[in-house]
Design a protein around this ligand. Structure first.
Ligand code: HEM
Length: 221
């Protein structure tokens, strides 16, 4: 067994989590995230984050639906997770005073391109992207939503992104999701490719944060 093979001894869900621990820590430590959670990013900053997420989710949800015939994609796909409508509703709140918002984001564009390339290479790689975003939204995302609610005194407005009306108990849902991942049963080599794609997905998210982090001065509140 080579060092590279070590995550193949684990079930897929554990391999995905273990394989991305360092990347997860880096995402948590990004300056944009810590400023946002510290209440030091203004409405424009959060809207810019949401606009990037909009491109990511619009792309991901479209290609996940298009590849519903891939058994691995079908194992995790669930309309209860879809976020595009929630993001649009939130953008109405955060951009209420902005006519014609535009998105210029090489990082979001790179994320979109990787989603398309991954799907073209091997649709099962979409599982890595699906896991990275939705399990994150159902985990740390839940705390992030509560902090935003408090910081901006939103009383629930503009944070539909963190609310999954059809998922009453995220923890139970995540356990079921991991079981569905584990039932995919990839070969060792396939598992390595999926775990590598999880790392790529985290790095693409890191890219969004890095880009947003360049504007912290103008986002200060
Ligand atoms: C400040 C930012 C973040 C915080 C505080 C945070 C916190 C957490 C926590 C506490 C968990 C464990 C929850 C549990 O065991 O049920 C978790 C899991 C997870 N997070 Fe984050 N997170 C953050 C950012 C992110 C980002 C940016 C991503 C990716 C886009 C992400 C993706 C994930 C994933 C995929 C899991 C599930 C791990 C697994 O059990 O397999 N997180 N997060």
């Amino acid at each position: 067994m080579t060092v590279l093979d070590q995550t193949t001894d684990l079930a897929l869900s554990a391999a995905m989590r273990e394989g991305s621990l360092a990347e997860h820590r880096a995402a948590e430590d990004s300056s944009f995230m810590s400023e946002l959670l510290g209440g030091r990013v203004n409405e424009r900053g959060y809207a810019d984050y949401l606009l990037r997420l909009r491109l990511v989710y619009a792309t991901m949800e479209e290609i996940v639906t298009a590849h519903g015939d891939d058994a691995a994609v079908a194992a995790v796909a669930d309309t209860a997770l879809e976020r595009l409508a929630a993001i649009d509703a939130d953008l109405d709140h955060w951009l209420a005073d902005t006519a014609d918002p535009t998105l210029e984001s090489p990082a979001a564009e790179a994320y979109r391109q990787r989603l398309l390339d991954a799907a073209a290479e091997w649709p099962t790689l979409l599982v890595a992207h699906h896991y990275t975003r939705y399990l994150g939204d159902l985990s740390g995302g839940q705390a992030i939503g509560r902090i935003l609610d408090r910081t901006f005194e939103l009383d629930g407005a503009g944070i539909a992104f963190y609310d999954f009306p059809e998922i009453a108990k995220p923890k139970i849902y995540k356990d079921g999701y991991r079981a569905r991942l584990d039932a995919i049963g990839p070969t060792g080599e396939e598992q390595e490719r999926i775990v590598a794609e999880v790392k790529t997905a985290f790095r693409l998210n890191q890219g969004l944060f890095a880009e947003l982090g360049q504007h912290l001065e103008s986002y200060a509140r």
